[in-house]
Design a protein around this ligand. Structure first.
Ligand code: SAM
Length: 392
């Protein structure tokens, strides 16, 4: 495909997404119907689509329309490329720009528009991040790096780097976590690599790993991953200490890949139905990797940035509070309650913990940490609380 044909493919996919289709679904359906496209074409089209989704507000302004064509014109202008060089109707590329199409193009009209943050969220976003708000929003406009976690149960860092190199995947250690690697070359080959199949590495953002490193895990502990989802943090916890590991999720099908991932990683995990929680507990450590806005991971899932509403954000906060209250009851005296989100918003992070501390007695805040997108990881937050009173 020519560069212009790739842009035209991205335009068509973006129009489907703007019509309400999920990005991954629209990309998969385009791939299935485009057997002529090679792997480089698919990667380039995907990049165009995700760039447009990350920068949807500013590119719509620069391109003059919230359409596939508008977003791609905006992306070209943002990159300093004259759109007429690509929109020239040659081959399978986009047709020439009409006179009307240029009329509404303009520079972003507000800080939030230029930084691609929803207008309603900007006051809260900038209050939460203070002088780091602009850098955080800017980082969220760019592609996320690919990080791996070396499974220390199966490999050392050096062995993993060597094994990955055999499949052309080049990595270097990432400072955010002890077992974290950043892939600098060959990221698309990871899932098919021998190192991945053999359980030497898992795909996991370095801040996700750092959250697990912040937990006081010790051999012999019973540990509950209360919001386990796909089990990324469950597996990371099991790699750090010899624990009895339990996983739970209010939507059990989200854990469907966990058994196979656990076998690959050499980890034992027991999945618990809600009614089994109390009879199996109390636990020495309960981790709540709570559902959240995902604002720290909008580089990877940019659609979430535009779908989030003020009402949903409030509902998420209510759910987070309920999760904390329920999970707290499952912690053994002297045990640990850990709360994490991939959000950069204070309302979901320190404010949530502040409110929990106000309404619950018998807890002490042992540690509180945040990771910032501009430091090369997803944005994350983690608070660790210790139960000091058996009556809480
Ligand atoms: C951020 S995701 C978890 C990601 C996972 N820990 C990982 O590292 O791969 C949050 C999870 O919380 C689950 N969840 C939502 N509400 C819940 C609740 N009330 N109780 C337990 N889990 C809940 C969701 O189904 C979702 O899988």
């Amino acid at each position: 495909m020519t560069p212009a044909a790739r842009l035209q493919a991205a335009i068509e996919i973006l129009d489907q997404i703007l019509d309400g289709n999920a990005a991954e679904k629209a990309l998969t359906s385009w791939s299935r119907g485009s057997r002529f496209a090679g792997s480089k074409d698919r990667a380039a089209v995907r990049d165009h689509v995700f760039t447009a989704l990350r920068c949807r507000r500013s590119h719509a302004a620069l391109g003059g329309a919230s359409t596939g064509r508008g977003l791609i014109v905006g992306a070209l202008r943002d990159a300093g490329i004259d759109p007429d060089t690509m929109f020239n109707g040659v081959g399978y590329g986009p047709s020439e720009l009409s006179d009307d199409e240029g009329l509404t193009a303009r520079s972003p009209a507000s800080a939030a528009e230029g930084l691609d943050i929803p207008e309603w969220l900007w006051p809260q976003f900038s209050d939460s991040l203070g002088d780091k708000a602009e850098a955080t929003a800017t980082a969220l406009r760019h592609r996320a790096p690919v990080h791996l976690r070396v499974n220390m149960l199966r490999s050392s860092i050096d062995q993993a780097i060597e094994a990955l190199a055999v499949d052309g995947i080049i990595c270097q250690p990432h400072a955010a976590a002890e077992a974290a690697l950043e892939v600098t070359e060959g990221a698309r080959r990871v899932r098919n690599s021998e190192a991945f199949s053999a359980g030497l590495v898992e795909l996991q953002d370095a801040a996700s790993q750092a959250v697990v490193e912040a937990l006081p895990l010790r051999d012999g502990m019973s540990v509950l991953d209360y919001c386990a989802g796909g089990g990324g943090k469950s597996l990371a916890m099991a790699a750090r200490a010899k624990i009895s590991l339990f996983a739970h999720d209010t939507v059990p099908r989200r854990m469907q890949d966990l058994p196979i991932r656990a076998v690959r990683a050499g980890v034992d995990v027991t999945m618990l139905e809600p009614e089994a929680l109390v009879r199996t507990g109390p636990f020495d450590l309960v981790l709540c990797d709570a559902p959240c806005s995902g604002s720290g991971s909008w580089r990877r899932s940019p659609e979430g940035k535009w779908l989030l509403s003020a009402e949903q954000l409030q509902e998420l906060q209510d759910t987070q509070g309920e999760i904390l209250d329920l999970a707290a009851q499952l912690v053994a005296p002297g045990g640990v309650l850990a709360y994490a989100t991939c959000s950069v918003l204070e309302a979901e992070n320190s404010c949530q913990i502040g409110r929990f501390m106000e309404r619950s007695s018998g807890w002490t805040l042992t540690s509180e940490q945040s990771w910032l997108v501009q430091d090369g990881t997803d944005g994350f937050y983690c608070a660790v609380l210790t139960r000091i009173d058996a009556d809480c």
